[in-house]
Design a protein around this ligand. Structure first.
Ligand SMILES: C[S@@+](CC[C@H](N)C(=O)[O-])C[C@H]1O[C@@H](n2cnc3c(N)ncnc32)[C@H](O)[C@@H]1O
Ligand code: SF4
Length: 408
């Protein structure tokens, strides 16, 4: 949930949704996202909605956030049951911020609050993000017995000088060690996040990071090219000339290295920035975002989507707590997506997934652009003949440009 949300229209204070959105709730995949807005320190590149203890002062504590979160989940279950039973969560994703700062017991309370409100579907996927430095064997054992079955760890790099530029506060080996501890505690599904293209990163650094990831034996890897987000400490350093911008050609080379090394180790791409050891290791929660599912995003600044209505919460934890304490919805604003908005969104998201996009979503110009993309080696010809747009390896490097071509 990086950056500032769009303006939107005011969201109703009682959190209600139009009937058009409620229609079909339960027939689409449904997930719950929980935003934990706390971090020990702020990494220089990050513009997620997160606060250090110094920034919050006494305005918000873990306890007051948890109380407000529970109230929002109650409101959510009530809202979605207005026209029929509220759907049980098929996936849960606790993200941040730094969920592991809460400790295992509070994370267990978050999951209990979801069980008590929406309920958890049988076989639900339950993930928490965690930062390597705030985890331990007992933390993993605690969250495993609380019901989490997937852990996503922010590794970013195994090179000390890269972690320094990113202003990460864990040692190079800690993420891999944490992944091993998670596996030893019974987690079959463990993800490591990497960032590539950081100023000063060499081919050799990414190669070593990938070797470390593969040694950890995880079944999922997310790798993001570094984005220099406006308003971050890193953007200021780039503006002052203290750091160079990541180089597009270097990013493409690094992506090819990721694909080669992960592929050789049996991890295949299923979304442009995500690789998994097989279908059972793919993140179902994120697939729900990419493939038009419904989700309730709870917590400060969290975004939600139900049946073509998108809304987002107030960002500051103290404002979030105050609204819920007075019985109001924490939603700040919302957008009712038109059929055309939804069509464009499908192109933007589904094209990035390996299953691809149905060519029926394209208009006439888009279909012509898809034929051209096949000729340019960016979309797979066999799949297009069967009515699906699927990126080639080269197309993945230019995914944003292909999306633009298919839209315009
Ligand atoms: C927002 S973090 C939350 C998880 C956790 N706090 C952490 O840092 O590991 C989720 C992931 O987003 C990615 N990320 C955040 N900001 C980014 C940026 N500016 N460019 C690329 N990736 C970014 C990082 O890989 C990070 O692990
Ligand atoms: S720990 Fe994660 S969420 Fe917190 S500032 Fe760093 S990247 Fe952002």
């Amino acid at each position: 949930m990086p950056g500032q949300p769009p303006a939107g229209e005011p969201a109703p204070a009682d959190g209600s949704l139009p009937d058009s959105a409620l229609l079909g709730v339960g027939s689409r995949p449904f997930g719950v996202y929980v935003h934990v807005p706390f971090c020990a320190t702020r990494c220089g590149y990050c513009d997620f909605n997160t606060y250090t203890a110094d920034e919050l002062g006494s305005a918000s504590s873990f306890g007051s956030w948890l109380e407000a979160l529970r109230a929002e989940l109650e409101l959510g279950a009530k809202t979605l049951s207005a026209r029929g039973p509220a759907p049980a969560a098929e996936t849960v994703f606790v993200g941040g911020g730094t969920p592991s700062l809460l400790g295992a017991e509070r994370l267990g309370s978050v999951l209990d609050a979801i069980r008590d409100t929406f309920g958890l579907a049988d076989g639900a996927e339950v993930t928490t993000e965690s930062n390597p430095e705030s985890t331990s064997p007992s933390f993993f054992e605690g969250i495993r017995s609380a019901g989490f079955d997937r852990v996503s760890l922010g590794m970013q790099s195994a090179a000390e000088h890269v972690l320094k530029v990113l202003e990460r506060n864990h040692t190079p080996g800690r993420a891999v060690e944490a992944a091993r501890e998670a596996r030893a505690a019974g987690f079959e599904h463990v993800n490591l996040d990497l960032i590539y293209g950081t100023p000063g990163e060499r081919d050799e650094d990414l190669r070593r990071s990938l070797e470390a990831v593969l040694e950890a034996g995880v079944d999922h890897v997310s790798a993001y090219s570094l984005i220099v987000e406006d308003g971050t400490a890193m953007a200021r350093k780039v503006r002052r000339g203290e750091l160079p911008m990541p180089d597009e050609d270097v990013l493409a080379d690094r992506y090819e290295m990721l694909e080669r090394m992960l592929g050789q180790a049996g991890l295949g791409w299923y979304e442009v920035s995500n690789w998994a050891s097989g279908p059972a290791a793919e993140c179902r929660h994120n697939l729900g975002y990419w493939q038009g599912g419904d989700w309730w995003g709870a917590g400060p600044g969290a975004h939600s989507h139900v049946g073509g209505v998108r809304w987002w919460n107030v960002r500051h934890p103290s404002r979030y707590n105050a609204l819920l304490a007075e019985g109001s919805s924490p939603a700040q604003a919302r957008e009712l997506l038109t059929a055309e908005d939804q069509r464009i969104e499908r192109i933007m998201l589904e094209l990035r997934v390996k299953a691809g996009l149905s060519a029926e979503v394209l208009d006439e110009d888009g279909r012509r652009a898809a034929q051209q993309a096949v000729a340019d080696g960016l979309l797979r010809s066999e799949e297009l003949a069967e009515g699906r747009c699927v990126l080639t390896d080269r197309g993945r490097l230019l995914a944003d440009a292909v999306v633009q071509d298919l839209i315009t």
